[in-house]
Design a protein around this ligand. Structure first.
Ligand SMILES: Nc1nc2c(ncn2[C@@H]2O[C@H](COP(=O)(O)OP(=O)(O)OP(=O)(O)O)[C@@H](O)[C@H]2O)c(=O)[nH]1
Ligand SMILES: [Mg+2]
Length: 430
């Protein structure tokens, strides 16, 4: 689904697009790979891609983004191919979009609009929908101001500049009102999220977040773990699909391991290079949840030749979210179709296939090593007058068995080193 400049859905029109990108030699990946990714994004938004044009240019043209001569060339190509849309690989300014639209007489879409559009069409929950809307409005806001400035600069003249400015001010205010209205609604929804989060914290079950580039296989890995939940088959699988941004919300599922250990696994939205800043901002509340994770599993598509760039882009966003300091396992996924000579960034890396199950046992061992390393099961007796210790323990750790006997509360309980040291006088055996 694509939207026109008034945010109305362009219906029943085949989106026949020509892609345009600038090679300034500054990006992390080659322009060809970047254009390939843009093509996937365009397809994900429902467009048919007819051609891809690259211009080598170190300086951006303020009026047209690309060189003026290139605009004429693109016009010829679009006419010949019967395209009705040109998609740019970067974010354009309002005036660039306007100039290009005038000259090419086609719909102009930039990379940011494209990504926002995909998010808008994929968002399922009310929260995700509102978050995308805020990002879209924020994207439009400076463009309105920009337009206002350019009007006054060129001197729209009496009768045009005044009302033009007024209308812009009105649009601007309307957008600002709308943003604060949505933010109010989001706050309400997020209150509930906080309650859920507090509940999870109380349960003291460790949390693992799956993070990574879009299409890396996070949701597939989540489903693989769910298939291990033999005795708890009510757990719902999450949606996984070979398309960009299949997941836009965070999903939590409890995973039970064979030796009574359990953790909560969290599936999250995937990242992409040049992810619009407003989108990261808008999704911060959802992504905040990653902060509560005890461990991150960074899923990497090792069949993609840009896997290392994707890893770096993901780490950059994680840094922006303030979670890069958490313990992290790099899961090099899709090893069934991986490239040769994959380079591991550090020893916390493992090769897996979420699809075939290869390496999952080893991944579980690594998880246990991180999460349950110093936990052992003990039997203890807490005297009745120390009932408060019992409540502290219930809060902090897993209690398997409770019996009230004459001499106190008999517990079968997991203790890590810290809890063991604190309460060792009540331990009767391990
Ligand atoms: N060959 C192969 N394909 C895989 C593997 N893991 C996932 N896939 C495929 O990769 C595609 C993307 O998988 P998802 O699990 O939806 O990816 P994701 O990381 O959740 O993607 P987003 O939700 O978009 O961020 C799907 O077609 C999966 O079947 C794997 O180990 N091997
Ligand atoms: Mg997913």
């Amino acid at each position: 689904m694509l939207f026109n400049e008034n945010n109305e859905v362009i219906k029943n029109v085949e989106q026949k697009a020509v892609l345009v990108g600038i090679n300034n030699g500054k990006d992390d990946i080659s322009i060809e790979d970047s254009m390939e990714e843009l093509k996937e994004l365009a397809i994900a938004a429902g467009a048919v891609v007819l051609d891809s044009i690259i211009q080598n240019k170190s300086k951006i043209d303020p009026a047209y983004f690309i060189g003026k001569g290139k605009v004429d060339e693109i016009k010829l190509i679009c006419n010949a191919l019967d395209a009705n849309m040109v998609i740019f690989n970067d974010e354009l300014s309002e005036s660039q979009i306007r100039n290009l639209e005038e000259k090419l007489e086609l719909t102009i879409i930039d990379r940011t609009t494209l990504i926002l559009d995909i998010f808008a069409s994929r968002a399922k929950t009310k929260e995700a929908k509102l978050q995308v809307e805020v990002a879209q409005l924020r994207y439009r806001l400076p463009r309105l101001i920009g337009l206002g400035r350019s009007l006054s600069r060129t001197g729209g003249g009496i009768g045009t500049r005044g009302p033009g400015e007024q209308k812009l001010e009105l649009d601007r205010r309307r957008i600002l009102d709308k943003i604060s209205d949505i933010n109010r609604q989001l706050k309400e929804i997020q209150k509930n999220r906080k309650v859920q989060r507090a509940k999870r914290k109380r349960n003291q079950i460790p949390i693992i977040a799956l993070v990574g580039y879009t299409n890396a296989g996070k949701s597939t890995l989540m489903n693989k773990f769910l298939s291990l939940n033999l005795q708890k088959s009510e757990d719902k699988k999450v949606y996984s699909e070979n398309m960009l941004f299949a997941t836009l919300d965070t999903y939590h599922r409890r995973i039970f391991l064979d030796d009574k250990k359990e953790f909560i696994l969290m599936d999250t939205v995937g990242f992409v290079s040049k992810l619009p800043h407003h989108l990261i901002e808008a999704f911060k509340a959802t992504l905040e949840e990653v902060k509560e994770a005890d461990l991150l599993i960074h899923v990497i598509d090792s069949s993609n030749k840009n896997y290392d760039m994707q890893r770096k882009v993901t780490n950059k966003v994680l840094k922006e979210l303030g979670v890069l300091n958490k313990p992290m396992i790099y899961a090099f996924n899709k090893c069934d179709i991986a490239l040769d000579n994959i380079c591991y960034p550090d020893k916390n890396s493992i090769s897996i296939s979420a699809l075939t199950g290869y390496g999952i046992d080893k991944l579980i061992d690594m998880i246990k090593e991180y999460l349950f390393k110093d936990i052992k099961k003990y039997k203890m007796i807490i005297p009745f007058e120390k009932g408060n210790i019992y409540s502290v323990l219930c809060d902090k750790t897993k209690v398997y068995n409770v019996e009230y006997k004459e001499n106190g509360i008999h517990l079968e309980i997991d203790l890590d080193t810290a809890l063991y040291n604190r309460y060792k006088q009540y331990i009767i055996s391990s």
